[in-house]
Design a protein around this ligand. Structure first.
Ligand code: CA
Length: 218
């Protein structure tokens, strides 16, 4: 998943870009509103500062919304209720007040992109040769249908919600198996192995050692 960080302050932008890259995202940065508008077409999600040197972030948000439904999270030092409401009225999907922790930000990015993924437009998702149809729960590779078990489908669909981002073993066990799962998670590895085989592209699902798995991004 490709994030666009719109932030003029290097002291905030540099660690933010580093942290998000470590979390598995490909990250682009824009330091002005003009730059942001020029680059937004390539982004899957936008993190938008309100206080920008050339125009207000709310204006950026308004202009982006005229042509694009890309998820936008406003990241601002202004925590006033009125600013939050204005941001959301302008079409932002979420609002995060500075200062914030990277973990919280990543959680918001995941939540917002998951909500976007449940939009009807996102029900059909293509990742390389693989197409996931969440409405019919069917998966095709190069237009050929692949028979997956329900757990295999849920696992692929979960990883696909945020391609490129690492999903921890715990989170997968929670969401695909049982929220109260404890004990061995060998069953997860068995399902991953089976999925890799069925999809015919072993590199599509990447193992992140001691953490979890991610779907290769594009
Ligand atoms: Ca700023």
């Amino acid at each position: 998943m490709h994030l666009l960080v719109v932030e003029d302050d290097d002291a905030i932008a540099v660690p933010l870009v580093e942290g998000l890259s470590r979390a598995g995202y490909s990250v682009d940065r824009a330091a002005t509103g003009t730059e942001a508008l020029a680059r937004v077409a390539r982004a899957d999600l936008v993190l938008l500062d309100l206080g920008l040197p050339d125009m207000d972030g709310s204006e950026v948000c308004r202009q982006v919304r005229q042509t694009s439904a890309v998820p936008i999270i406003i990241v601002s030092a202004r925590g006033d209720e009125s600013d939050r409401v204005l941001g959301l009225e302008l079409g932002a999907d979420d609002y995060l007040v500075k200062p914030f922790g990277l973990r919280e930000l990543v959680a918001r990015v995941r939540a917002v992109s998951r909500r976007a993924a449940s939009d009807p437009d996102q029900l059909l998702q293509r990742i390389g040769a693989v197409e996931i149809d969440r409405r019919t729960r069917r998966v095709t590779v190069d237009e050929r249908e692949v028979a997956l078990s329900p757990k295999e489908f849920d696992l692929l669909s979960l990883l696909g919600q945020d391609a490129g981002a690492v999903v921890s073993r715990e989170q997968i066990m929670d969401e695909v198996w049982d929220p109260h799962w404890y004990g061995p998670t060998r069953t997860l590895d068995v399902h991953v192995a089976s999925l890799r085989k069925k999809l015919g592209d072993p590199g599509l699902i990447e193992t992140v050692r001691r953490v979890g798995f991610r779907l290769r991004d594009r």
